[in-house]
Design a protein around this ligand. Structure first.
Ligand SMILES: Cc1cc2nc3c(=O)[nH]c(=O)nc-3n(C[C@H](O)[C@H](O)[C@H](O)COP(=O)(O)OP(=O)(O)OC[C@H]3O[C@@H](n4cnc5c(N)ncnc54)[C@H](O)[C@@H]3O)c2cc1C
Length: 414
Protein backbone atom coordinates (compact mmCIF):
# COMPACT_ATOMS: atom_id res chain seq x y z
CA UNK A 1 0.00 0.00 0.00
CA UNK A 2 1.00 3.63 -0.41
CA UNK A 3 0.96 5.27 3.01
CA UNK A 4 1.27 9.03 3.59
CA UNK A 5 2.71 10.00 6.94
CA UNK A 6 1.75 13.52 7.96
CA UNK A 7 4.61 14.97 10.03
CA UNK A 8 8.32 14.18 10.06
CA UNK A 9 9.13 14.36 13.75
CA UNK A 10 10.51 11.30 15.53
CA UNK A 11 6.99 9.84 15.67
CA UNK A 12 6.37 10.22 11.92
CA UNK A 13 9.80 8.96 10.90
CA UNK A 14 9.75 5.89 13.16
CA UNK A 15 6.28 5.13 11.75
CA UNK A 16 7.63 5.50 8.20
CA UNK A 17 10.49 3.14 9.04
CA UNK A 18 8.27 0.40 10.53
CA UNK A 19 5.72 0.69 7.70
CA UNK A 20 8.44 0.52 5.05
CA UNK A 21 9.85 -2.54 6.79
CA UNK A 22 6.43 -4.16 6.31
CA UNK A 23 6.68 -3.55 2.55
CA UNK A 24 4.63 -0.37 2.16
CA UNK A 25 5.52 2.60 -0.08
CA UNK A 26 5.84 5.51 2.32
CA UNK A 27 5.73 9.24 1.76
CA UNK A 28 6.40 11.64 4.64
CA UNK A 29 5.26 15.28 4.46
CA UNK A 30 6.73 17.95 6.72
CA UNK A 31 6.47 21.72 6.60
CA UNK A 32 10.01 22.39 7.76
CA UNK A 33 13.12 22.24 5.58
CA UNK A 34 14.38 19.21 7.43
CA UNK A 35 12.69 16.45 9.41
CA UNK A 36 12.95 16.42 13.20
CA UNK A 37 13.19 20.18 13.58
CA UNK A 38 10.12 20.85 15.71
CA UNK A 39 9.72 19.31 19.21
CA UNK A 40 11.99 16.41 18.24
CA UNK A 41 14.86 18.86 17.88
CA UNK A 42 15.50 20.26 21.35
CA UNK A 43 14.43 17.60 23.83
CA UNK A 44 16.52 16.18 26.67
CA UNK A 45 17.31 13.03 24.72
CA UNK A 46 16.54 10.66 27.60
CA UNK A 47 15.30 7.24 26.50
CA UNK A 48 13.96 6.53 29.89
CA UNK A 49 11.27 3.99 30.73
CA UNK A 50 12.30 4.76 34.34
CA UNK A 51 10.92 8.26 33.76
CA UNK A 52 7.41 7.00 32.91
CA UNK A 53 5.69 8.60 35.90
CA UNK A 54 2.64 10.41 34.63
CA UNK A 55 2.61 14.17 35.12
CA UNK A 56 -1.12 14.07 35.88
CA UNK A 57 -0.52 12.83 39.43
CA UNK A 58 -2.22 13.53 42.78
CA UNK A 59 0.48 16.19 43.47
CA UNK A 60 -0.13 18.07 40.22
CA UNK A 61 -3.28 20.11 41.15
CA UNK A 62 -1.51 21.85 44.05
CA UNK A 63 1.63 22.42 41.94
CA UNK A 64 -0.48 24.03 39.20
CA UNK A 65 -2.37 26.18 41.71
CA UNK A 66 0.85 27.35 43.36
CA UNK A 67 2.31 28.14 39.92
CA UNK A 68 -0.20 31.00 39.58
CA UNK A 69 1.71 32.79 42.35
CA UNK A 70 5.17 31.18 42.45
CA UNK A 71 7.55 30.90 39.49
CA UNK A 72 9.53 27.87 40.72
CA UNK A 73 6.88 25.15 40.26
CA UNK A 74 7.57 22.09 38.07
CA UNK A 75 4.28 22.45 36.12
CA UNK A 76 3.26 26.06 35.49
CA UNK A 77 -0.18 27.18 34.48
CA UNK A 78 0.03 30.50 32.60
CA UNK A 79 -3.52 31.72 31.93
CA UNK A 80 -4.22 32.77 28.32
CA UNK A 81 -7.42 33.81 26.52
CA UNK A 82 -7.66 30.44 24.74
CA UNK A 83 -10.57 28.34 26.11
CA UNK A 84 -8.81 25.14 24.92
CA UNK A 85 -6.22 25.72 27.62
CA UNK A 86 -8.86 25.53 30.37
CA UNK A 87 -10.58 22.53 28.79
CA UNK A 88 -7.23 20.74 28.68
CA UNK A 89 -6.42 21.72 32.27
CA UNK A 90 -9.72 20.19 33.45
CA UNK A 91 -9.10 16.99 31.46
CA UNK A 92 -5.59 16.80 32.90
CA UNK A 93 -6.88 17.34 36.46
CA UNK A 94 -9.44 14.56 35.98
CA UNK A 95 -6.51 12.13 35.52
CA UNK A 96 -4.84 13.22 38.77
CA UNK A 97 -6.54 10.72 41.11
CA UNK A 98 -4.25 8.15 42.73
CA UNK A 99 -5.92 5.28 40.83
CA UNK A 100 -5.73 6.90 37.38
CA UNK A 101 -2.22 8.12 37.94
CA UNK A 102 -1.08 4.59 38.93
CA UNK A 103 -2.84 3.04 35.94
CA UNK A 104 -1.47 5.60 33.48
CA UNK A 105 2.07 5.26 34.86
CA UNK A 106 1.94 1.46 34.50
CA UNK A 107 0.64 1.76 30.93
CA UNK A 108 3.29 4.33 30.02
CA UNK A 109 5.98 2.12 31.46
CA UNK A 110 4.76 -0.86 29.40
CA UNK A 111 4.82 1.20 26.20
CA UNK A 112 8.16 2.87 27.00
CA UNK A 113 9.97 -0.38 27.78
CA UNK A 114 8.51 -2.12 24.71
CA UNK A 115 9.56 0.92 22.69
CA UNK A 116 13.14 0.69 23.89
CA UNK A 117 13.27 -2.95 22.71
CA UNK A 118 11.96 -1.91 19.29
CA UNK A 119 14.56 0.88 19.17
CA UNK A 120 17.33 -1.64 19.87
CA UNK A 121 16.14 -3.71 16.88
CA UNK A 122 16.16 -0.59 14.71
CA UNK A 123 19.71 0.26 15.79
CA UNK A 124 20.82 -3.31 15.08
CA UNK A 125 19.24 -3.38 11.64
CA UNK A 126 20.12 0.11 10.42
CA UNK A 127 23.21 1.12 12.42
CA UNK A 128 21.57 4.54 12.84
CA UNK A 129 23.94 6.94 14.61
CA UNK A 130 22.66 9.40 17.22
CA UNK A 131 25.35 10.12 19.85
CA UNK A 132 23.98 7.31 21.96
CA UNK A 133 25.14 6.83 25.56
CA UNK A 134 23.87 3.54 26.98
CA UNK A 135 25.20 3.89 30.52
CA UNK A 136 21.85 4.47 32.21
CA UNK A 137 20.22 7.59 33.64
CA UNK A 138 21.09 9.04 37.05
CA UNK A 139 18.51 10.92 39.13
CA UNK A 140 20.43 12.69 41.88
CA UNK A 141 19.35 14.51 45.03
CA UNK A 142 20.93 17.21 47.18
CA UNK A 143 18.67 16.85 50.22
CA UNK A 144 18.73 13.65 52.32
CA UNK A 145 14.96 13.60 53.00
CA UNK A 146 14.14 14.18 49.35
CA UNK A 147 16.61 11.46 48.40
CA UNK A 148 14.87 8.98 50.72
CA UNK A 149 11.47 10.00 49.36
CA UNK A 150 12.75 9.75 45.77
CA UNK A 151 14.18 6.28 46.35
CA UNK A 152 10.89 5.21 47.93
CA UNK A 153 8.91 6.64 44.98
CA UNK A 154 11.09 4.72 42.50
CA UNK A 155 9.87 1.46 44.07
CA UNK A 156 6.87 1.95 41.78
CA UNK A 157 9.18 1.49 38.77
CA UNK A 158 10.91 -1.47 40.41
CA UNK A 159 7.53 -3.12 41.03
CA UNK A 160 6.75 -2.61 37.33
CA UNK A 161 9.93 -4.56 36.47
CA UNK A 162 12.50 -1.82 35.97
CA UNK A 163 16.02 -2.14 37.33
CA UNK A 164 16.57 0.63 39.88
CA UNK A 165 19.72 1.02 42.01
CA UNK A 166 19.94 3.36 44.97
CA UNK A 167 23.41 4.96 45.15
CA UNK A 168 25.12 6.77 48.00
CA UNK A 169 27.17 9.88 47.27
CA UNK A 170 30.41 7.99 46.56
CA UNK A 171 28.72 5.72 44.05
CA UNK A 172 27.07 8.72 42.37
CA UNK A 173 30.51 10.25 41.88
CA UNK A 174 31.99 6.98 40.72
CA UNK A 175 29.30 6.85 38.04
CA UNK A 176 29.59 10.53 37.12
CA UNK A 177 33.00 11.94 38.12
CA UNK A 178 32.13 15.16 36.28
CA UNK A 179 29.91 16.09 39.26
CA UNK A 180 33.05 16.48 41.37
CA UNK A 181 32.63 20.21 41.98
CA UNK A 182 29.27 19.68 43.77
CA UNK A 183 30.33 16.46 45.52
CA UNK A 184 29.69 17.91 48.98
CA UNK A 185 26.11 18.79 48.07
CA UNK A 186 24.96 15.44 46.78
CA UNK A 187 22.94 13.27 49.16
CA UNK A 188 22.64 10.32 46.78
CA UNK A 189 21.01 9.13 43.61
CA UNK A 190 18.65 6.69 42.01
CA UNK A 191 20.16 5.00 38.97
CA UNK A 192 18.34 3.20 36.15
CA UNK A 193 21.16 1.32 34.36
CA UNK A 194 19.07 0.20 31.38
CA UNK A 195 17.90 3.71 30.48
CA UNK A 196 19.95 5.64 27.93
CA UNK A 197 20.26 8.90 26.04
CA UNK A 198 21.02 10.29 22.60
CA UNK A 199 20.10 12.97 20.10
CA UNK A 200 16.51 12.54 18.96
CA UNK A 201 17.14 14.97 16.08
CA UNK A 202 20.12 12.99 14.77
CA UNK A 203 18.21 9.73 15.10
CA UNK A 204 15.25 11.21 13.22
CA UNK A 205 17.30 12.67 10.35
CA UNK A 206 19.49 9.59 9.99
CA UNK A 207 16.53 7.20 10.09
CA UNK A 208 14.73 9.38 7.51
CA UNK A 209 17.81 9.11 5.29
CA UNK A 210 17.65 5.30 5.68
CA UNK A 211 13.96 5.33 4.67
CA UNK A 212 14.79 7.53 1.65
CA UNK A 213 17.66 5.22 0.60
CA UNK A 214 15.18 2.35 0.62
CA UNK A 215 12.78 4.13 -1.72
CA UNK A 216 10.67 6.19 0.71
CA UNK A 217 9.76 9.74 -0.25
CA UNK A 218 10.56 12.46 2.29
CA UNK A 219 8.83 15.69 1.22
CA UNK A 220 10.12 18.58 3.34
CA UNK A 221 9.24 22.27 3.05
CA UNK A 222 5.62 21.30 2.25
CA UNK A 223 2.81 22.52 4.53
CA UNK A 224 -0.38 20.51 4.93
CA UNK A 225 -3.35 22.86 4.68
CA UNK A 226 -6.22 20.36 4.98
CA UNK A 227 -7.11 16.69 5.01
CA UNK A 228 -9.90 15.92 2.54
CA UNK A 229 -12.52 13.27 3.30
CA UNK A 230 -15.63 11.81 1.78
CA UNK A 231 -17.82 9.85 4.16
CA UNK A 232 -15.58 7.66 6.28
CA UNK A 233 -12.68 7.80 3.84
CA UNK A 234 -9.79 10.25 3.61
CA UNK A 235 -9.34 11.05 -0.07
CA UNK A 236 -6.22 13.20 -0.05
CA UNK A 237 -4.11 15.79 1.67
CA UNK A 238 -4.02 19.36 0.37
CA UNK A 239 -0.66 21.04 0.77
CA UNK A 240 0.81 24.35 -0.36
CA UNK A 241 2.33 22.41 -3.27
CA UNK A 242 -0.64 20.36 -4.45
CA UNK A 243 -2.45 17.20 -3.40
CA UNK A 244 -0.95 14.03 -1.99
CA UNK A 245 -2.97 10.84 -2.40
CA UNK A 246 -2.42 7.51 -0.69
CA UNK A 247 -4.30 4.39 0.37
CA UNK A 248 -3.71 5.05 4.05
CA UNK A 249 -2.80 8.21 6.00
CA UNK A 250 -1.02 8.53 9.37
CA UNK A 251 -1.48 11.65 11.47
CA UNK A 252 1.83 12.35 13.26
CA UNK A 253 1.72 16.13 13.44
CA UNK A 254 2.59 16.45 17.14
CA UNK A 255 0.98 19.56 18.63
CA UNK A 256 -0.59 20.45 15.27
CA UNK A 257 -2.59 17.19 15.14
CA UNK A 258 -5.71 18.55 16.88
CA UNK A 259 -5.71 21.59 14.59
CA UNK A 260 -5.62 19.59 11.33
CA UNK A 261 -8.00 16.91 12.60
CA UNK A 262 -10.57 19.55 13.58
CA UNK A 263 -11.32 20.02 9.86
CA UNK A 264 -12.40 16.36 9.81
CA UNK A 265 -14.76 16.88 12.74
CA UNK A 266 -12.40 15.00 15.06
CA UNK A 267 -11.54 16.36 18.51
CA UNK A 268 -8.12 15.22 19.72
CA UNK A 269 -7.21 15.83 23.33
CA UNK A 270 -3.66 16.93 22.59
CA UNK A 271 -2.39 20.18 24.06
CA UNK A 272 1.07 21.84 23.93
CA UNK A 273 3.16 21.87 27.12
CA UNK A 274 6.08 24.20 26.67
CA UNK A 275 9.64 23.34 27.67
CA UNK A 276 13.00 25.03 27.27
CA UNK A 277 16.46 23.78 26.39
CA UNK A 278 20.02 24.96 26.05
CA UNK A 279 22.53 23.32 23.73
CA UNK A 280 26.04 24.17 24.87
CA UNK A 281 29.25 23.19 23.06
CA UNK A 282 31.66 21.07 25.09
CA UNK A 283 34.56 22.97 23.50
CA UNK A 284 37.92 22.19 25.09
CA UNK A 285 36.49 21.64 28.54
CA UNK A 286 37.96 18.62 30.35
CA UNK A 287 34.93 17.44 32.37
CA UNK A 288 31.72 17.23 30.33
CA UNK A 289 28.89 14.99 31.60
CA UNK A 290 29.33 11.33 30.73
CA UNK A 291 25.88 10.00 31.62
CA UNK A 292 22.35 11.42 31.24
CA UNK A 293 21.07 12.80 34.52
CA UNK A 294 18.33 14.74 36.27
CA UNK A 295 19.00 17.14 39.13
CA UNK A 296 15.83 16.19 40.98
CA UNK A 297 15.77 19.19 43.32
CA UNK A 298 16.00 21.68 40.47
CA UNK A 299 14.18 19.52 37.89
CA UNK A 300 16.85 20.16 35.29
CA UNK A 301 17.84 17.32 32.92
CA UNK A 302 21.33 17.16 31.41
CA UNK A 303 22.64 14.94 28.66
CA UNK A 304 25.65 14.80 26.43
CA UNK A 305 25.23 14.58 22.64
CA UNK A 306 28.69 14.20 21.15
CA UNK A 307 30.22 17.68 21.05
CA UNK A 308 27.31 19.30 22.90
CA UNK A 309 25.65 19.27 26.28
CA UNK A 310 21.85 19.54 26.34
CA UNK A 311 20.16 21.11 29.36
CA UNK A 312 16.35 21.10 29.65
CA UNK A 313 13.73 22.26 32.13
CA UNK A 314 10.23 23.56 32.69
CA UNK A 315 6.67 22.53 31.82
CA UNK A 316 4.31 25.39 31.05
CA UNK A 317 0.66 25.12 30.12
CA UNK A 318 0.63 28.36 28.15
CA UNK A 319 -0.69 27.78 24.62
CA UNK A 320 1.16 27.45 21.32
CA UNK A 321 3.72 30.20 21.85
CA UNK A 322 7.32 29.02 21.44
CA UNK A 323 8.80 32.47 22.09
CA UNK A 324 11.55 32.88 24.65
CA UNK A 325 13.93 35.45 26.09
CA UNK A 326 17.38 34.96 27.65
CA UNK A 327 15.87 35.44 31.13
CA UNK A 328 13.83 32.23 30.66
CA UNK A 329 17.10 30.28 30.68
CA UNK A 330 18.88 31.98 33.59
CA UNK A 331 18.00 29.36 36.19
CA UNK A 332 18.78 26.26 34.10
CA UNK A 333 22.01 27.84 32.82
CA UNK A 334 23.13 28.57 36.39
CA UNK A 335 22.37 24.98 37.45
CA UNK A 336 24.35 23.57 34.49
CA UNK A 337 27.30 25.82 35.28
CA UNK A 338 27.22 24.92 38.95
CA UNK A 339 27.12 21.18 38.20
CA UNK A 340 29.63 21.09 35.35
CA UNK A 341 31.81 24.24 35.59
CA UNK A 342 34.45 22.59 33.42
CA UNK A 343 32.00 20.70 31.25
CA UNK A 344 30.99 23.12 28.50
CA UNK A 345 31.44 26.63 27.06
CA UNK A 346 28.70 28.08 29.26
CA UNK A 347 28.93 31.47 27.55
CA UNK A 348 27.96 29.97 24.14
CA UNK A 349 24.49 28.44 24.66
CA UNK A 350 21.93 27.96 21.90
CA UNK A 351 18.47 28.72 23.31
CA UNK A 352 15.32 26.84 22.27
CA UNK A 353 11.72 26.36 23.39
CA UNK A 354 9.38 23.64 22.15
CA UNK A 355 5.98 22.14 22.78
CA UNK A 356 5.31 18.66 24.11
CA UNK A 357 2.18 17.21 22.46
CA UNK A 358 0.47 16.10 25.65
CA UNK A 359 -2.76 14.20 26.26
CA UNK A 360 -4.50 14.27 29.66
CA UNK A 361 -3.32 10.72 30.45
CA UNK A 362 0.17 11.41 29.02
CA UNK A 363 -0.32 8.33 26.82
CA UNK A 364 -0.41 8.73 23.04
CA UNK A 365 -3.34 8.25 20.69
CA UNK A 366 -2.70 5.30 18.34
CA UNK A 367 -5.03 3.78 15.75
CA UNK A 368 -8.17 4.70 13.84
CA UNK A 369 -11.14 6.84 14.75
CA UNK A 370 -14.00 7.65 12.38
CA UNK A 371 -12.15 7.40 9.04
CA UNK A 372 -11.33 3.89 7.91
CA UNK A 373 -8.00 4.82 6.23
CA UNK A 374 -6.72 7.48 8.68
CA UNK A 375 -4.60 6.29 11.60
CA UNK A 376 -3.34 8.44 14.46
CA UNK A 377 0.08 8.25 16.08
CA UNK A 378 0.29 11.39 18.14
CA UNK A 379 0.20 12.96 21.62
CA UNK A 380 3.42 11.42 22.96
CA UNK A 381 3.96 14.13 25.58
CA UNK A 382 7.05 14.38 27.72
CA UNK A 383 8.59 11.03 26.76
CA UNK A 384 7.75 10.91 23.07
CA UNK A 385 11.30 10.09 21.97
CA UNK A 386 11.17 7.13 24.35
CA UNK A 387 7.70 5.92 23.28
CA UNK A 388 7.93 6.63 19.52
CA UNK A 389 9.56 3.38 18.33
CA UNK A 390 7.07 1.07 20.07
CA UNK A 391 4.15 3.26 19.01
CA UNK A 392 5.34 2.96 15.40
CA UNK A 393 5.55 -0.84 15.60
CA UNK A 394 2.11 -1.06 17.23
CA UNK A 395 0.69 1.19 14.50
CA UNK A 396 2.28 -0.93 11.76
CA UNK A 397 0.89 -4.13 13.29
CA UNK A 398 -2.59 -2.64 13.55
CA UNK A 399 -2.44 -1.54 9.90
CA UNK A 400 -1.28 -5.05 8.98
CA UNK A 401 -4.22 -6.53 10.86
CA UNK A 402 -1.89 -8.25 13.34
CA UNK A 403 -2.34 -8.22 17.11
CA UNK A 404 -0.01 -5.49 18.44
CA UNK A 405 2.38 -6.19 21.33
CA UNK A 406 0.22 -3.92 23.50
CA UNK A 407 -3.53 -3.82 22.91
CA UNK A 408 -4.81 -0.40 21.82
CA UNK A 409 -7.24 -0.47 24.74
CA UNK A 410 -4.22 -0.34 27.08
CA UNK A 411 -3.05 2.90 25.44
CA UNK A 412 -5.98 4.95 24.15
CA UNK A 413 -8.01 6.63 26.84
CA UNK A 414 -7.81 10.23 25.69
C1 LIG B 1 11.97 20.46 26.75
C2 LIG B 1 11.59 19.08 26.29
C3 LIG B 1 12.29 17.98 26.77
C4 LIG B 1 11.94 16.69 26.38
N1 LIG B 1 12.69 15.64 26.80
C5 LIG B 1 12.39 14.38 26.40
C6 LIG B 1 13.19 13.28 26.80
O1 LIG B 1 14.19 13.44 27.49
N2 LIG B 1 12.83 12.04 26.41
C7 LIG B 1 11.72 11.81 25.65
O2 LIG B 1 11.42 10.66 25.38
N3 LIG B 1 10.96 12.84 25.20
C8 LIG B 1 11.26 14.12 25.56
N4 LIG B 1 10.50 15.17 25.14
C9 LIG B 1 9.29 14.89 24.35
C10 LIG B 1 9.57 14.64 22.88
O3 LIG B 1 10.47 15.59 22.38
C11 LIG B 1 8.25 14.71 22.08
O4 LIG B 1 7.29 13.88 22.66
C12 LIG B 1 8.47 14.24 20.64
O5 LIG B 1 9.51 14.97 20.03
C13 LIG B 1 7.19 14.43 19.83
O6 LIG B 1 7.48 14.02 18.51
P1 LIG B 1 6.42 14.24 17.36
O7 LIG B 1 7.00 13.66 16.13
O8 LIG B 1 5.06 13.83 17.79
O9 LIG B 1 6.32 15.85 17.24
P2 LIG B 1 7.26 16.85 16.41
O10 LIG B 1 8.67 16.55 16.60
O11 LIG B 1 6.79 18.23 16.77
O12 LIG B 1 6.89 16.51 14.91
C14 LIG B 1 5.70 16.97 14.28
C15 LIG B 1 6.09 17.35 12.88
O13 LIG B 1 4.92 17.75 12.19
C16 LIG B 1 5.29 18.81 11.33
N5 LIG B 1 4.09 19.60 11.03
C17 LIG B 1 3.28 20.22 11.90
N6 LIG B 1 2.27 20.85 11.23
C18 LIG B 1 2.47 20.60 9.92
C19 LIG B 1 1.75 20.95 8.75
N7 LIG B 1 0.63 21.68 8.77
N8 LIG B 1 2.23 20.52 7.56
C20 LIG B 1 3.36 19.74 7.50
N9 LIG B 1 4.07 19.38 8.57
C21 LIG B 1 3.62 19.80 9.78
C22 LIG B 1 6.31 19.62 12.11
O14 LIG B 1 7.13 20.39 11.25
C23 LIG B 1 7.06 18.54 12.86
O15 LIG B 1 8.27 18.17 12.23
C24 LIG B 1 10.83 16.49 25.50
C25 LIG B 1 10.14 17.59 25.00
C26 LIG B 1 10.52 18.89 25.38
C27 LIG B 1 9.78 20.06 24.82
Amino acid sequence: MRIAILGGGVVGITAAYELQKDGHDVVVIDKNDSVGTETSWGNAGLIAPGHSFTWSSPAAPMIMLKSLFMADQSIRFRPTANPAQYVYALQFLAQCTAARSARNTARKYALASYSQKVMHETIKTTGVEFDRIDRGILYFYRNADKFRAGAEHMKIMRDLGHTVDVLDRDRVLELEPALESVAGEIAGGVYCPSDESGSCFKFTTNLAAHVARNGGEIRTGETIRAIEASGDEVTGVTTDKGTVKADVYVMALGCQSPILSRGLGETLRVYPIKGYSLTIPVGNNPQPPTVGSVDEENLVAISRFGENVRVTATAEIAGYDTGHSPADFDFMASVAKELYPQGADHDRPQMWAGLRPMTPTNLPIIGRRRHRNLYYDTGHGHIGWTMSHGSARILADVIAGLPPAIALGEINDN
